[in-house]
Design a protein around this ligand. Structure first.
Ligand code: PEP
Ligand code: MG
Length: 759
């Protein structure tokens, strides 16, 4: 059963559009279940009716014509009850409704299963048979499993279908809306530039080109490149391989020949297809043909063709990347955005980002917020590879994307962009004013940094210190561990730029979703695995080199603070302090005269919340990492779009934990700050101040908004709001109540400037 299921899902996945996906489903399921009829009814959201979309066994002319309301017929019953229905004699059921045009009177028994995707009923999958007998348990289980597996595929095909009519260039797409997760606030109106994953043939889209000669030339160069690589490889391995094995390389070279693959690709390019699309067509065709062969040896050849295809594609992509022109208003779209991709776009041209994978708390989203680029993450239904070059709107407030927006929508969102520009300009005036509430409470606002560009941005916005310098960022953009000397110079630059303001440097925090290409960590459960301090305590040499570099960099400046990430118990603090002390002694032995800097820990693991007081006794400061703390308290992966709506720092449990940390630290007379993204959310910042946090550290982009808001309230009001929110047990209600309270105070303007477009 599993093998059949898998095969059907695979086939449906490969279908080119919704129509073909549905017809594969009905054909294959009917055959697998040996029933006489299989049909799919999909719920049309506009009319709220289940429409017959595909059938094998009923009259095909009734497709698209027969439909029923949720309170009609057996299909309506399955859809509304969201449960399977298994009937020996359908006609005798009180909800049976007869549709003459389908010819279903011939079939006695009925088995229907709802198709549900993310809690939404999308349709009903039905099998029918002539014989009057109830389907057995195994058959029922098969249909239910089938329909659960197909739900996601159908949802995706449906979403892709909303941009149907797209030609090879993506033109002709009607306006369509795709929902993802808010990644970085703001609105971007621009043109899509798609970055495809390297050497993945399956996602290469079709595209028409006018300069056919240029494409042919690109392809010829790619062929030459791969031929040369093959020859070099064959030579390198010549001493280790037997003659027959060596001959494989000749087969590869033959396949590349003008008379073989090369020729087929060239013919397609000549029809106006770009080289990458032509290559995909030819290679996938051959792969499929080989895979279906009975002979095991020939089946294996599919892997060779695929490998060759990938190699050629890598060359073509390289050439494409080199001549890629980023328009003035680039919206970068990718399956999985990486910091390096953002770096490729020339300064000033990036107005939006879209990532199919990842969530609002993925590190690339944090980076986007620091750069102030509107971003939508987790756009799982967007057929991203097909949108290159088309107009897009990215609404980073609501996590929405519009493809080929109408002039009216462009105008509406254009107004929001302008409004935001004016708001930012207005807030610039706050730069040199203190963050002081109406009743005279001073709330220091610090920034989080990582990129060098953050320094200038932070200074422009009037940051009073650095609450989190993510040292892993310079490690991530390197190809090996930076040496002590290299680190020293990077850290010195940070410390000097902000001097005399304090700079909190976090020791290396890799693992989880932060990978170093040169230090791969492969784990089933990376967020619960070898992360942060766990890695550096296991590798004291990395820790020592890094902290020595930090200490040396602070010579004469003395504005360094050192912070330890992912602390889950006091033993880790003791071990770290032991190493820190050692580094300090070594550095002093080398003649560098520096005092021991303040040392703090991050509270981002639930155990640290309960031990806040114990930890506070051992350190000079505490800083809450609310991004990880939220993920660990709620058991919600911060990167997973599927559970993103469960990730919420307004969850009462998170708010209680934060209060507990503040109280624990203060009971030991230790200052406590927060450096997670929550601190940069203006509404949340009011609550954090009310809870008693001594410092808020956030991305520089949001700092002016937070400052503006805190200057308009009193500490007393903030404390009152904390008390009010503590009475509420539901995160969504806390959101609404808090936003409403701030709006009622006339302070809504920094919360969501795009609200008007949506209403
Ligand atoms: C956090 O977890 O809140 C934090 C600031 O660290 P990072 O986002 O880098 O994991
Ligand atoms: Mg963290």
């Amino acid at each position: 059963m599993l093998a059949v299921l898998r095969k059907i899902v695979q086939e449906v996945n490969a279908a080119k559009d919704l129509g073909s996906a549905l017809s594969i489903i009905v054909q294959r399921v009917r055959a697998a279940m040996q029933s006489q009829v299989c049909s799919v009814y999909l719920l049309d959201p506009d009319t709220n009716r289940f429409v017959l979309m595909a059938t094998e066994g009923l009259n095909k002319k009734s497709i698209g014509r027969v439909s029923m309301a949720p309170n009609e017929g057996l299909v309506g019953l399955v859809g509304t009850r969201e449960e399977p229905l298994n009937l020996e004699d359908a006609a005798s059921h009180p909800r049976f409704r007869y549709f003459a045009e389908t010819g279903e009177e011939r079939y006695a028994s009925f088995l229907g299963a709802p198709i549900i995707h993310h809690r939404r009923v999308m349709g009903v999958l039905v099998v029918q048979q002539k014989e009057r007998r109830q389907f057995d348990e195994g058959e029922e289980a098969f249909l239910v499993t089938m329909s659960a597996q197909l739900a996601g595929v159908i949802a995706h095909a449906e979403a892709t279908g909303t941009i149907r009519g797209l030609d090879r260039q993506g033109r002709g797409i009607q306006e369509a809306r795709f929902v993802g997760i808010p990644g970085s606030p703001g609105v971007g109106v621009g043109k899509a530039v798609v970055v495809l994953p390297p050497a993945d043939l399956e996602v290469v889209p079709d595209k028409t080109v006018t300069d056919i000669d240029a494409e042919l030339q690109l392809f010829r160069s790619a062929l030459e490149g791969v031929r040369a690589d093959m020859k070099a490889l064959s030579k390198r391995l010549s001493t280790q391989l037997r003659k027959e094995e060596q001959a494989l390389f000749d087969v590869y070279l033959m396949m590349l020949d003008d008379a073989a693959l090369g020729n087929e690709v060239t013919t397609i390019i000549k029809s106006g297809q770009w080289a990458q699309g032509a290559l995909r067509q030819v290679v996938m065709e051959h792969v499929q043909r080989f895979e279906l062969m009975d002979d095991a040896y020939l089946r294996e050849r599919a892997a060779d063709v695929r490998d060759l295809g990938r190699r050629l594609l890598a060359y073509l992509q390289q050439a494409h990347q080199a001549c890629l022109i980023y328009p003035e208003n680039t919206i970068l779209v990718s399956e999985e955005l990486s910091p390096a991709m953002l770096g490729e776009v020339p300064e000033g041209r990036l107005v939006g980002l879209i990532s199919v994978l990842g969530s609002g708390n993925s590190h690339v989203a944090i980076l986007a917020r620091a750069m102030g680029v509107p971003t939508v993450m987790g756009a799982v239904d967007l057929p991203y590879s097909k949108v290159d070059g088309i107009d897009l709107i990215v609404d980073g407030y609501h996590g929405e994307i519009f493809t080929n927006p109408s002039p009216t929508l462009i105008k509406q969102y254009g107004d929001v962009v302008e409004e935001e520009r004016q708001l930012t300009q207005g807030l610039d005036a706050l730069r040199s004013l203190p963050c002081e509430t109406l009743d005279g409470h001073r709330m220091p606002l610090w920034v989080n940094t990582g990129l060098m560009a953050d320094v200038a941005r932070a200074q422009q916005r009037g940051a009073e210190g650095v609450g989190l310098y993510r040292t892993e960022v310079p490690f991530m953009v390197n190809e090996r561990f930076p040496s002590e000397k290299e680190q020293l110079s990077i850290y010195r630059e940070q410390l000097a730029a902000f001097h005399p303001a304090p700079v909190t440097m976090r020791t290396l925090d890799v693992g989880g979703d932060k990978a170093l290409s040169y230090f791969p960590i492969k784990e089933d459960n990376p967020f619960l695995g070898w992360r942060g301090i766990r890695v550096t305590l296991d590798h004291p040499e990395i820790f020592l080199v890094q902290t020595r570099a930090m200490l040396k960099a602070s010579e004469g400046l003395n504005n360094l603070r050192i912070m330890l990430p992912m602390i889950s118990g006091v033993h880790e603090v003791e071990e770290s302090q032991h190493l820190l002390h050692r580094a300090w002694c070594e550095v002093r032995d080398e003649g560098v005269d520096i005092p021991m800097p303040p040392v703090g820990v991050m509270v981002e693991v639930p155990s640290a919340v309960y031990q806040a007081r114990d930890l506070a006794r051992q350190v000079d400061f505490i800083s809450v990492g609310s991004n990880d703390l939220t993920q660990y308290l709620l058991a919600v992966d911060r990167n997973n779009p599927r559970v993103a709506d469960l990730y919420d720092y307004f969850h009462p449990a998170v708010l209680q934990a934060l209060q507990q940390v503040v109280d624990g630290a203060h009971a030991e007379g230790v200052p406590v700050s927060i450096c997670g993204e929550m601190a940069g959310d203006p509404a949340a910042a009011v609550l954090l101040m009310g809870m008693g946090f001594d410092t808020l550290s956030m991305n520089a982009t949001n700092l002016p908004k937070v400052k503006w808001l805190l200057r308009q309230v009193t500490l007393e009001k903030a404390r009152e709001l904390v008390q009010q929110m503590r009475q509420i047990d539901n995160p969504q209600v806390i959101h609404s109540a808090l936003h409403l309270a701030l709006r009622n105070l006339g302070l809504g303007r920094v919360i969501n400037p795009a609200a008007s477009v949506q209403s």
